[in-house]
Design a binder for this molecule. Structure first.
Ligand SMILES: C[S@@+](CC[C@H](N)C(=O)[O-])C[C@H]1O[C@@H](n2cnc3c(N)ncnc32)[C@H](O)[C@@H]1O
Length: 338
């Protein structure tokens, strides 16, 4: 993706040192490869990491503030209630957060480690450098004694390059684990367990299976922010790959897939569309009603997730489930060699 056009507004952000594991032009190259494949196969599909350009990251932040979007507040309430327990149980000095985004909820966790006197360093890790700079600036002001060491990277590719000078707690919040397909999730959890030394910790926030109407409403808000967030993926293609997809002729479609127990978010062509992906010299067409899947969000049963973590080599020591299966927090430890 192109570098962010503007720097965020806090004073420290511009001077934050951000370590990057992405070679220059990496994202562009990956996007080209993915789009060439996605648009020449059926059904068409993109991976969700392209949703988080600067505009997409801002829209996601707005989503987390929507009344309909229950996961953020449910997870925040669990963190508020149990952060001290997590700090006591793990006792670590280094926290690494994958897909950290704004890091808004994470502050609850960091506060608990700070009160306990163990917070030494925090490593927010995200594909979006803009978000990292913004978050790191604010965190540096809030925790001046701690080292804030942001890393830009892709958690599918760069887990092995995370710093590991001491015992760590790896954190993966926001239900982002639901964006993986089951087979991808198995690979991700295994490689995550592989990067942990025995005795290191993993805190996972996952959305749970519940009344499908409540879930659907969270992804189909009245103000249409989620629709803008998903349709923004087409703007990303137009901007980054010199495409001419007429975004106004696509609609947002969301379905609850009962069999797979996941939300499925797509854009649908309202009419026949013929366009070109300029950077690939690739003509693309959509039949009327044809869809492009942009993101899934799987929901979980706690016992199945605990079993998946164990199969990957991580044993759940504590779990906290919000009333009505609103959300779950799972604190696991790497205990066996795999
Ligand atoms: C659903 S948001 C969650 C943000 C935050 N953790 C929260 O709980 O609100 C997903 C975050 O993961 C990041 N992300 C998505 N795909 C990624 C990837 N492949 N590697 C690293 N970060 C990624 C996005 O930029 C975004 O900040």
């Amino acid at each position: 993706m192109a570098p962010p056009p503007t720097l965020p507004e806090n004073s420290f952000a511009a001077s934050v040192h951000v370590a990057t594991h992405l070679a220059p032009g990496w994202a562009q190259k990956a996007l080209r490869e993915e789009v060439r494949q996605a648009f020449t196969s059926m059904p068409k599909e993109l991976s969700p990491r392209w949703l988080y350009d600067q505009r997409g990251s801002e829209l996601f932040d707005q989503i987390t503030q929507l009344e309909e979007y229950y996961p953020t507040e449910a997870e925040r309430a669990l963190l508020t209630a149990h952060a001290s327990d997590i700090a006591r149980t793990t006792g670590v000095g280094m926290i690494v957060e994958l897909g950290s985004g704004s890091g808004d909820k994470t502050r609850t966790l960091l506060d608990a480690f700070q009160s306990q006197g163990t917070l030494r360093s925090f490593v927010p890790f995200d594909v979006s450098e803009t978000m990292l700079r913004m978050a790191a600036g604010l965190l540096h002001e809030r925790y001046p004694e701690a080292e804030i060491a942001p890393v830009v990277g892709d958690f599918n590719l760069h887990l092995d390059r995370l710093p590991s000078p001491q015992n760590r707690l790896l954190v993966f919040l926001g239900g982002t684990i639901g964006n993986f397909y089951p087979a991808e999730r198995t690979i991700f959890l295994k490689s995550l367990a592989n990067t942990l030394r025995c005795g290191e910790w993993f805190l996972l926030g996952a959305d749970l299976v519940k009344d499908s109407k409540r879930i659907l409403r969270a992804y189909n808000d009245d103000s249409g922010v989620t629709a803008q967030f998903i349709l923004n993926s087409l703007h990303v293609l137009n901007r980054e790959l010199d495409a001419d997809l007429p975004v106004e002729d696509f609609s947002y479609v969301v379905v609850w897939d009962e069999d797979e127990e996941r939300i499925d978010m797509r854009v649908r062509a309202d009419r026949k569309i013929d366009a070109t992906i300029g950077a690939l010299n690739l003509p693309v067409s959509f039949a009327p009603g044809e869809e492009l899947r942009v993101e899934i969000s799987a929901k979980f049963h706690p016992e199945a997730l605990v079993a998946e973590l164990r199969a990957a080599g991580m044993v759940v020591h504590k779990q906290w489930i919000a009333a009505g299966n609103e959300f779950g927090l799972f604190l696991a430890r790497r205990e066996v060699e795999i």
